[in-house]
Design a protein around this ligand. Structure first.
Ligand SMILES: [Mg+2]
Length: 301
């Protein structure tokens, strides 16, 4: 394992990508020296991007939260799996199409529903509970008239809602797209079930896997990140993808999202053990980050 200092980071990399939950904060707690690291990198003129699989909060709330913790996040420097999802639907002409309007059955919280609807998608089902779940799960009525099923973290998940989606997904032409499959999300020193349990329940019932997964470690998220860096950073606009990746460091707390994101897409990673990954789990895992820190405080002692 490579040892890491703040000086080495600044010398070796230009693009610093941060996961949020478990990396910068855990629930309402700022994690040790996360603010100092972000501010040191920004002061050194480095490009900082925040990349979260969490589609349950909107950009404004993330900016507010970061600001409360003493970090400034410009809106264009925050990306969630929800943004990638909208981009994928847009590229497939599934938003705002007048000739063949799309309608989606959604498993998600208000922030995801608002994001989808503000981008022109008709939605139904969420945020729950939805009294129509029982109607549409019943085989005596036709299933929902939708052409997309969208799944993310949904705290109102019920058996009826899964049965409703199962009927819709019997049609192979219905697109099944999910924000992310994280099994758990960190919550103030502990963890709670994540979007992955929603996706697993639907996939098991429907006997099909998602057509598209938007969040880390997927290539959809990677391409979205590269495009965003190029659209903001003048220097990156003319650089090859490979040269951007050579100068990119992804910093996160999950092996199977953050670290795998780097391994699959070819850039270096820093695992911080302040979220869902323990030191024992990290040592036993075949997925090896470029660097590991117990907390960011190690960079400032
Ligand atoms: Mg995380």
């Amino acid at each position: 394992m490579n040892t890491l200092t703040l000086e080495t980071m600044i010398h070796s990399y230009d693009y610093f990508l941060f996961d949020c939950d478990g990396t910068l904060w855990s629930g309402d707690l700022l994690l040790p020296d996360a603010d100092q690291l972000v501010n040191s990198l920004t002061s050194a003129g480095k490009f900082v991007l925040f990349v979260s699989n969490n589609a349950t909060v909107n950009t404004d709330r993330i900016i507010q939260k970061a600001s409360h913790f003493g970090m400034t996040i410009p809106p264009e420097q925050f990306i969630s799996s929800g943004h990638v999802l909208v981009d994928v639907l847009q590229k497939r002409n599934l938003l705002s199409s007048i000739s063949s309007p799309s309608r989606a059955l959604v498993f998600g919280e208000q922030a995801l529903v608002s994001l989808l609807e503000s981008n022109g998608l008709q939605t139904c089902g969420s945020p729950g509970p939805d009294p129509k779940d029982d109607l549409f799960r019943n085989s005596r009525t036709p299933p929902d008239d939708v052409n997309i099923v969208i799944a993310g973290f949904d705290s109102q998940l019920t058996y009826s809602r899964i049965a409703r989606a199962q009927r819709v997904l019997q049609s192979p032409s219905v697109l099944y797209i999910v924000t992310n499959t994280d099994p758990a999300i960190p919550a103030e020193g502990s963890s709670q079930p994540g979007a992955g349990i929603v996706v697993a329940a639907i996939s098991t019932a429907a006997e099909r896997e998602p057509d598209i997964i938007c969040g880390k470690p997927s290539p959809h998220m990677f391409q979205y990140v590269i495009n965003r860096i190029r659209s903001i950073d003048q220097n990156a606009a003319n650089n090859s993808e490979q040269s951007i990746k050579n100068k990119m460091l992804f910093i996160g707390d999950r092996l199977d999202t953050d670290i795998e994101f780097g391994i699959k897409n070819g850039f270096n990673t820093l695992l911080v053990l302040t979220g869902v990954t323990s030191s024992e789990t990290a040592q036993l895992s075949p997925m090896k980050p470029t660097y590991t820190l117990s907390t960011f405080s190690e960079l400032f002692t």
